[in-house]
Design a protein around this ligand. Structure first.
Ligand SMILES: NC(=O)c1ccc[n+]([C@@H]2O[C@H](COP(=O)([O-])OP(=O)(O)OC[C@H]3O[C@@H](n4cnc5c(N)ncnc54)[C@H](O)[C@@H]3O)[C@@H](O)[C@H]2O)c1
Length: 350
């Protein structure tokens, strides 16, 4: 007897901006997910285009549609309040990063989920990228020896119009919470927990309340060290969006690495996955040999939504849970504090 597939999940999208639109586009590739409604207080354009009901607020939508799940892609400072409403209603959530704008906020979600467990996946989509899965395998195989250093670059120039949207200029945004939350999440995934940070931030290029440029140093529990050197106001070829084929609109510089990981026995460039190791002689005068590691490229947004379907159906635990994402927010809180106070800070343990 052939097994019948379950009916598609009924999914609503909350927040119909850049990311909401991207999720709707990805969802259309997946027969297992049905878009049933869109919530946005300021625009019904996307709902009209997709011919689904438009709502101005989440409560009304939840009561009217009772979706199986929601994708939340509204501004960062609304993430926790919106997710709390969905948890109260018992509805599964894919919540865009950052999970919250501070650890105090993230704790509200952790507490709510303890009282009322509902599947929640945090949208750190890069974790679903096969290139990261392969990099993690290589590190865990010991090919780098003991991981000692990571150099991470995220350098780009966002168009001035990006900042016409007010929330992106205000506390709760900035490149640390909007962009470096991804790099921080990946560093934790690849190298383990962070025990200390130092940081400089600057808003000298754009002059907004939030930073446009940052240098951050990390110390990991293992003793490894890492740095992120980042700006959204520079003309440079180094950064995840340019160096990988994730989002079509970004011009690509495929030969440039944005993460360089090195250990006692070898080094790995990401996303190229070039592995560098010594031959018989291992000292600074000897040649390093380069090996190209293969991997099967795939769209992490598609993989993330497929995984979300399984999370909602209770088949698997979320790859990035609220607690896990909250640990990255604890690191970001420490980065902000370190930059503000000009000293090193140990992230609060979650
Ligand atoms: N995973 C990624 O790589 C990635 C990339 C970009 C943005 N994001 C995240 O996605 C979220 C949205 O970012 P964006 O760039 O699409 O922002 P955006 O400003 O383009 O879109 C946000 C949308 O939310 C709507 N909105 C405002 N208040 C709302 C409310 N109360 N209820 C429902 N909708 C409301 C706005 O009208 C707007 O349409 C942010 O949290 C951002 O950090 C993630």
């Amino acid at each position: 007897m052939p097994t019948l597939s379950p009916p598609p999940l009924r999914v609503a999208v909350i927040g119909a901006g850049v990311m909401g639109r991207q999720h709707v586009g990805t969802m259309k590739q997946l027969p297992e997910l049905d878009l049933v409604a869109i919530v946005d207080p300021f625009s019904s354009t996307l709902a009209d285009e997709e011919k689904v009901p438009a709502f101005k607020d989440t409560e009304t939508m939840l009561a009217a549609e009772r979706p199986d799940a929601v994708v939340i892609a509204n501004p960062n400072d609304l993430h926790v309040a919106t997710t709390l409403r969905c948890i109260e209603a018992g509805i599964a959530v894919l919540l865009e990063k950052p999970v919250a704008t501070s650890l105090d906020e993230a704790r509200q979600l952790i507490d709510a989920l303890r009282a009322n467990p509902v599947p929640v996946l945090v949208g750190h989509h890069r974790r679903h990228n096969p290139v990261i899965a392969r990099a993690k395998q290589i590190i865990d195989s010991g090919a780098l020896g003991r991981p000692c250093l990571a150099t991470v670059l995220w350098q780009t120039r966002k168009p001035d119009a990006y900042y016409d949207i007010a929330w992106r200029r205000e506390a709760g945004a900035g490149i640390i919470l909007i962009n470096l939350v991804h790099e921080t999440d990946l560093l934790r995934h690849l190298y383990g927990e962070v025990v200390e940070v130092q940081a400089f931030t600057s808003n000298a290029q754009r002059g907004f309340a939030v930073e446009d440029t940052a240098t951050v140093s990390f110390r990991f529990e293992s003793g490894a060290l890492a740095s992120i050197v980042a700006s959204d106001a520079v003309a440079a070829p180094w950064g995840w969006e340019k160096n990988l084929n994730e989002v079509a609109k970004f011009a690509k510089e495929y030969d440039q690495p944005c993460m360089m990981l090195s250990g006692t026995e070898g080094a790995l460039s990401v996303p190229q996955l070039k592995l560098w190791r010594y031959g018989e002689r291992a000292d600074w005068e000897a040649p390093l040999h380069q090996q190209q590691i293969g991997f099967q490229a795939d769209d992490p947004q598609v993989l993330q939504l497929r995984h979300f379907e399984r999370v909602v159906r209770g088949e698997v635990a979320p790859l990035v849970s609220v607690e896990d994402a909250a640990r990255s927010i604890a690191v970001l809180d420490a980065i902000h504090q370190a930059a503000r106070e000009g000293r090193s800070v140990r992230p609060v343990r979650v």
